[in-house]
Design a protein around this ligand. Structure first.
Ligand code: SPV
Ligand code: MG
Length: 274
C-alpha cells in the first residue's frame, strides 16, 4: 500500500487455501469468517468462538510469507473483547484485523436477516480501544462499516468511516451487497482519502481491479471465490466417482498426489530429517 500499488487479497480458511492464494500472486490472504465457519458447515453468525477463528487465521499465517488479514467480525463482543482479540491476534503474528460495526452476535452480510449496527460513537470507541490495545507498530486495524448493507445510505457510510478513521483506524472497509458498483463509486467520490479504502466486490464482480484503482481503492478482497470453487469441484468430483464406480473419469481433472506432496513441502521435511 505504501508503494501506491493496489493490494489484492484472496479469501481462504486453511493453510492449503492460503498457500494456493500466495502461489497465485496475491499480496495477502483474507481469513474469512464466511469461509472458516462454512468449512465446518456452521453459519457465519458468531457461532464459532474467537479462539476457533484465531486458530484458523494462525494456521494460515504459519504456512505463508504474505500477511493474513483476519476478518474478526464484531471483535467478538464489546470493547474488552476487542482488546483481548487484538492482544491474541497480534501475539499470533497476524498482520491485520478487520472489525465491523454490527452488533454482536452478527450474521453474514448477504443473509436474509436484519442487520443491526452499533451507534457510530460506540464503534468509534471500539476502534480506539483496538488501537490502544495493540503493542507493536506493525499491526493494522481496519474499520468496516455495514451502513450500506443495512440500507442506511452513502451519506451515513461516509459519516461513519470518517469517524472511524479519526478514531485511529488504519484503513476503512466499505461493503455493499448491490449487484452493481453504483453506491461504492458514490462512496469513493465522496471519500476525502484520509485513510485507505478496502472493498469486497462479491456481488459486483464486473467491477475490475483496474477500475477500482482508478476510483482510489487501495485493497480489493476476493472473499469467498475459493470456497465456492471448492464446493463446486468436490460436488462434481464425488458425484462422478460415485456414479461411475471408478475415479477414471476425474483423474485428468484433479491434482496429482505429487502436487499435494509439494504443497506439504514434503521434500523440505525429508531434508530436515536427513
Ligand atoms: C467474509 O468473507 O466473511 C466477509 C465478507 O466478511 S462477506 O461474506 O461478504 O460478508
Ligand atoms: Mg465475515
Amino acid at each position: 500500500m505504501s508503494q501506491g500499488d493496489l493490494v489484492r487479497v484472496a479469501g481462504a480458511h486453511d493453510a492449503m487455501g492460503a498457500t494456493l492464494a500466495q502461489q497465485a500472486g496475491f499480496q495477502a490472504v483474507w481469513s474469512s469468517s464466511l469461509e472458516v465457519s462454512a468449512s465446518r458447515c456452521l453459519p457465519d453468525a458468531s457461532v464459532l468462538t474467537m479462539t476457533e477463528y484465531l486458530a484458523a487465521a494462525a494456521n494460515m499465517q504459519k504456512a505463508i510469507d504474505i500477511p493474513v488479514v483476519a476478518d474478526v467480525d464484531t471483535g467478538y463482543g464489546n470493547n474488552l473483547n476487542v482488546a483481548h482479540m487484538v492482544h491474541e491476534y497480534e501475539a499470533a503474528g497476524i498482520t491485520a484485523v478487520a472489525i465491523e460495526d454490527k452488533l454482536y452476535p452478527k450474521v453474514n452480510s448477504f443473509a436474509e436477516a436484519a442487520q443491526t449496527l452499533l451507534p457510530l460513537t460506540d464503534f468509534a470507541h471500539k476502534i480506539e480501544t483496538a488501537k490502544n490495545a495493540q503493542r507493536g507498530e506493525d499491526f493494522y486495524v481496519i474499520a468496516r462499516t455495514e451502513a450500506l448493507i443495512d440500507g442506511l445510505g452513502v451519506e451515513e457510510a461516509l459519516k461513519r468511516c470518517t469517524a472511524y478513521a479519526d478514531a485511529g483506524a488504519d484503513a476503512i472497509l466499505i461493503h455493499s451487497k448491490k449487484k452493481d458498483e453504483g453506491e461504492i463509486v458514490e462512496f469513493l467520490d465522496g471519500w476525502d482519502g484520509r485513510k485507505p479504502v478496502v472493498i469486497v466486490p462479491t456481488t459486483y464482480p464486473q467491477w475490475s481491479a483496474a477500475e477500482a484503482t482508478k476510483h482510489g481503492v487501495s485493497v480489493v478482497i476476493y472473499a469467498n471465490q475459493g470456497l465456492r470453487a471448492t464446493v463446486q469441484a468436490l460436488r462434481t468430483t464425488f458425484g462422478t466417482i460415485y456414479r461411475d464406480g471408478t475415479s477414471l473419469g476425474v483423474e485428468s481433472e484433479i491434482a496429482p498426489v505429487s502436487d499435494v506432496f509439494a504443497l506439504q513441502r514434503l521434500q523440505d521435511w525429508l531434508a530436515l530429517e536427513a
